[in-house]
Design a binder for this molecule. Structure first.
Ligand SMILES: O=c1ccn([C@@H]2O[C@H](COP(=O)(O)OP(=O)(O)O[C@H]3O[C@H](CO)[C@H](O)[C@H](O)[C@H]3O)[C@@H](O)[C@H]2O)c(=O)[nH]1
Length: 328
């Protein structure tokens, strides 16, 4: 067994893929999860510690039991629309949870921390390519809560020597190429899985949120990155910290923006089936365009995305969508 890494949200979509990548790299992932949105069946590569980040005692117990070399923090509420309807819960759960985790990590003498942040911290920047130098100006409570945690990490880094890597994700998509893991949310809100459910007839249609954005076809532009490529970057980030390199922030995206309509077109190509579509109103909190400049991760971490072509991502998601999924 390799050295332990605590993975909060290890039963969730991205966290479970991270556990697989860590195990493959020789570490032992300890999935810390309250199973509120995650699935016990997604924990396949190390133990599950069922605990809640808002309960500091359960966090401290997990750290004491497993004495991890590093913490990877994925667990969070992560829906833009929900965060606009209920900002209090987003601030309470995401920020209090992170404060408990970061403070308990420092108290346990652990010095390496990897944080899952988001392009939503940049807000709506009028179509510019977003790099790590772009000013952060979130337009929704989800992005605001994540930016607050970034600030928290910088303060704990300066005062307590907590070395950290912050990854700002763009739109994570796809599924484990070996079919062991995939995206499964209850309820589902993300574009690609919803679209594939509509293709399968599991829902009547996909609603396109808004067609009057200042983009070429009027629908929102997003930068989609494959979940397996994303978690590969986390292993590189972990090794970056273990090699003693300084705290750093990195965008993780493909650098290409696709409109909602382009995603639908790609799905028609991949599945060879039609997508029933209804045109709807804008969803509150959505930025018109979020496209990454991810050169820093490519150059400094040596990150090499392998599956982040749109059709590849939809193809992997489509293979997963046709499997039974995790059982509750
Ligand atoms: O039924 C739907 C669902 C989504 N969309 C559109 O599809 C695009 C992608 O939407 P998702 O809900 O799949 O993803 P988001 O861009 O809202 O969210 C992603 O990026 C966010 C940052 O902006 C957060 O990081 C979040 O966790 C992550 O899933 C958006 O333009 C959205 O308006 C639709 O048109 N119809």
């Amino acid at each position: 067994m390799g050295q332990n890494i605590l993975v909060t949200g290890g039963a969730g979509y991205i966290g479970s893929h991270a556990c697989k990548a860590l195990a493959r790299a020789g570490f032992t992932p300890i999935a810390f999860d309250n199973l509120s949105t995650g699935w016990a069946g997604a924990v396949k590569y190390g133990p599950l510690f069922q605990g809640d980040l808002t309960d500091r005692a359960s966090v401290a117990a997990a750290l004491a039991e497993y004495q991890p070399l590093a913490v990877m923090h994925f667990a969070a509420l992560s829906l833009v629309g929900e965060s606009m309807r209920d900002p209090e819960t987003y601030w309470r759960v995401n920020v209090n949870g992170a404060l408990n985790l970061i403070s308990a990590t420092v108290a346990a003498g652990i010095r390496n921390f990897i944080f899952s942040s988001t392009c939503a911290t940049y807000g709506d920047q009028d179509g510019v390519v977003l790099t790590e130098a772009t000013r952060q100006a979130p337009i929704n409570a989800y992005g605001g809560s994540k930016r607050a945690i970034e600030d928290m990490l910088r303060d704990f880094g300066a005062s307590h020597g907590l070395n950290h890597v912050i990854f700002r994700y763009f739109n994570v998509a796809g599924a484990d190429p070996e079919g062991e893991l995939g995206e499964q949310h209850q309820p589902e809100t993300h574009l690609i899985p919803l679209m594939l459910e509509a293709v399968q007839g599991k829902r009547p249609a996909l609603t396109v949120f808004g067609d009057d954005y200042p983009t070429p076809d009027g629908t929102c532009l997003r930068d989609y990155v494959h979940v397996s490529d994303l978690v590969d970057a986390h292993v590189l980030g972990l090794n970056w910290l273990l090699d003693g390199r300084p705290s750093r922030d990195f965008n993780l995206g493909s650098g290409k923006g696709f409109s909602v309509r382009e995603v639908i077109e790609a799905s028609r190509f991949v599945t060879n089936r039609d997508v029933p579509v209804i045109q709807g109103a804008r969803r509150p909190g959505d930025a018109a365009a979020l496209v990454s400049g991810s050169e820093r991760a490519l150059e400094e971490l040596g990150w090499q995305p392998k599956r982040s072509e749109l059709r590849q991502m939809i193809g992997d998601a489509w293979a997963w969508a046709q499997k039974p999924g995790y059982q509750a």
